[in-house]
Design a protein around this ligand. Structure first.
Ligand code: FAD
Length: 433
């Protein structure tokens, strides 16, 4: 029997190194260049970031989830989960370790569905961390329901011509290419009539109308583009996978993306818990430390337990992905983890904010931003409600209706059956009385 919660010592050494490295070398980048995370490096930043990436490669921790053929270490998802718990502390860390969203998911689908030419042109520089990518799927009139998308791609000779609007296309402004989902055959169901395209961001007709910001960011200075595709022409070879394959490709991409967010969320929430505990041990009121107050103890205990539950679920899900090597077989658990994720980060960040008092609510601490981040996790890659529906549908697949009026576990019915099974002995008991 194999059921082990221990990390193998050799990998634990790597994790210990990563923990120290992220705290000492990478977290400072978050404070000095918070807006440059997804921007191709200029000469100044190259001097800072390239040596850090080289160090990560030397430690054999670059893009660990990818196979050696793609420049990674082939460690799989479970080890990535353990590493991401550390990287989740910092915005820059995933970029320095070659496993940042949305590029990991985008790389995954090009690796899976791309032609050799597409891999050479887009995947190689993406995996080398030289360029960034954007996934352009959501439309202004609807995101949760892809069957409502109307962006069209029409074949014109050797080219496709794309027209339509996309909303919240993250990092479009700094990306080199966009993965665009468009209707290619309106006469069949949406599941069969949509396709994916690899579109260079500087293509004529790709118009970024606004860079929508999240709450607190300046208007039009955010990272989530409203894009008007206006007669944007791409060659026939820009099609990713086969015509009509967009839904299948989206599932491959979003499965990985969701679980990677969850891995990083463990680290992010742990950071909030660490801060809560430090504050509880540092601040006094009414003659004693906050750590002595039962409400605060409750916050700490609830946070610890909530995080431990979530972490184990994330690790288990990563382990099953490695086992089956097929996201579709792990769909239920990926969706369930996605459902839990915003609540875990929100609750722990809120308690940490509360324990820090006014300072916690200020922009001198990261808690309000973490809480907004929690809301984002409940929307990006599909809203919580939709994932709950997925979980419920998948769970129900393992059940059958009762075959009569009463539930299978109805006690009078079961008792009657049990008595019938042991009737011989029960008669004996009665006879002895
Ligand atoms: C920070 C951030 C980054 C993002 N990045 C990208 C990106 O890079 N590329 C991209 O294409 N998209 C991106 N998105 C968009 C994201 O995928 C959508 O926001 C999401 O799919 C929801 O779509 P919507 O916003 O149109 O909400 P709607 O579809 O309008 O849904 C609104 C609400 O209705 C409810 N609802 C919807 N459907 C159901 C249902 N079936 N049952 C019950 N309730 C339901 C939910 O409460 C939901 O939140 C990003 C979003 C955020 C917040």
């Amino acid at each position: 029997m194999s059921w082990d919660f221990e990390t193998d010592p050799a990998f634990q050494e790597k994790l210990d190194w990563a923990d120290e490295f992220v705290r000492a070398e990478i977290e400072p980048l978050d404070l000095v260049w918070p807006d440059r995370v997804f921007t191709p490096l200029d000469d100044t930043l190259r001097k800072v970031v390239d040596p850090l990436k080289q160090e990560v490669r030397r430690q054999k921790l670059w893009a660990t989830h990818l196979g050696p053929d793609l420049g990674g270490e082939g460690y799989g998802q479970l080890k990535l989960a353990l590493l991401n718990e550390i990287l989740g502390r910092s915005m820059w860390a995933p970029v320095v370790f070659g496993c940042q969203a949305p590029d990991t998911g985008n790389a995954e689908i090009i690796a899976h569905y791309g032609t050799p030419e597409q891999k050479e042109r887009y995947l190689r520089p993406l995996l080398d961390g030289e360029i960034f990518s954007c996934y352009s799927m959501t439309e202004p009139q609807g995101g949760s329901d892809p069957t409502m998308f109307t962006t069209r791609a029409v074949k014109d000779g050797d080219e496709w011509v794309i027209n339509g609007w996309k909303f919240f296309s993250s990092n479009a402004r700094t990306s080199s290419f966009l993965i665009v989902m468009a209707v290619t055959n309106p006469d069949v169901s949406a599941h069969q009539g949509m396709s994916m395209f690899l579109v260079p961001t500087d293509t004529l007709g790709v118009n970024i109308v606004r860079n929508v910001g999240l709450a607190g960011e300046a208007e039009d200075e955010g990272s989530h583009a409203l894009i008007h595709y206006e007669d944007a022409r791409v060659p026939a070879e820009a099609l990713l996978g086969g015509e009509g394959q967009a839904f299948a490709i989206a599932q491959t991409r979003l499965g990985g993306g969701r679980i990677h967010h969850a891995m990083r969320t463990v680290g992010h929430a742990k950071k909030a818990l660490d801060m809560m505990c430090e504050r509880a041990l540092s601040r006094e009121t009414q003659g004693e430390l906050l750590a002595k107050k039962q409400f605060v103890q409750g916050y700490i205990a609830d946070s610890y337990a909530q995080l431990a539950q979530f972490r184990l679920f994330v690790l288990y899900t990563a382990w099953t992905i490695d086992k089956y090597n097929d996201y579709r077989k792990v769909r239920k658990d990926i969706a369930a983890v996605k459902v839990l994720m915003p609540g875990v980060l929100h609750d722990i960040a809120w308690r940490a904010l509360q324990v820090h008092g006014a300072l916690g609510a200020s922009n001198e601490m990261p808690f309000a931003r973490m809480m907004l981040g929690a809301s984002v996790l409940g929307l990006a890659d599909g809203p919580t409600e939709v994932h709950k529906v997925t979980v419920a549908k998948q769970v129900l697949r393992d059940y059958r209706p009762s075959d009569d009026l009463w539930p299978t576990e109805h006690l009078p019915k079961k008792r009657a059956a049990a008595r019938a099974k042991y009737a011989e002995f029960l008669e004996h008991e009665v006879g002895n009385l």
